[in-house]
Write a protein that binds this ligand. Sequence first.
Ligand SMILES: [Zn+2]
Length: 197
Amino acid sequence: MNRFLTALAVFALTNPLAAQERPIIMIDPGHGGDDVGVEHAGVLEKDLVLRLGFIIGEELVSRGYDVRLTRTGDYAVAWADRRGQAESIGAAMLFMLHFNGNEDTSLRGAEVRVYQAEPRSSHLASLVEAELKKLGAPAVTVDRDWGFLTSPTVPTVMIETAYMTNPVDGRRAQSPEFYRSVAERLADAADEFLGRE
Ligand SMILES: [Zn+2]
């Protein structure tokens, strides 16, 4: 956490260009506090997504984005507030981070949940799915009309990054190397979405 926050501070100090020239990307590490998310073999989803969120943030900052997180510690954030934070700062996109779990331990790979009726969110989801497919596991997009996904102003995707309950994915879900790969893939998707390639 400290390394990320330091990187953010240094970047802000050494880049006097107006913040508005750098698109803001909102990262939402799911769950938090009493809401632990998936619990498997003593590992809690809420902890994994927070670590993943910081690493994605570092990658995006290194590419010139302004990054905000909906939570930076182990506390609860209301679903509506996750979308609300992104909308209130005019975020260019919102990545909601999760890990999956299922009684069927053979299931693995990523799931991108999106409100397909929102064209920009749908487009962002297609880019994210294509990038995540490069990680050597299945990636699929699923249509959901959940309220926190339906922002008319902030393109939003919820990413179930991998299955904590699958032996192979479960190791990845705790691997900093895997987190960095995911970060690069999402940053590529963001670059492409905003035409920054
Ligand atoms: Zn979750």
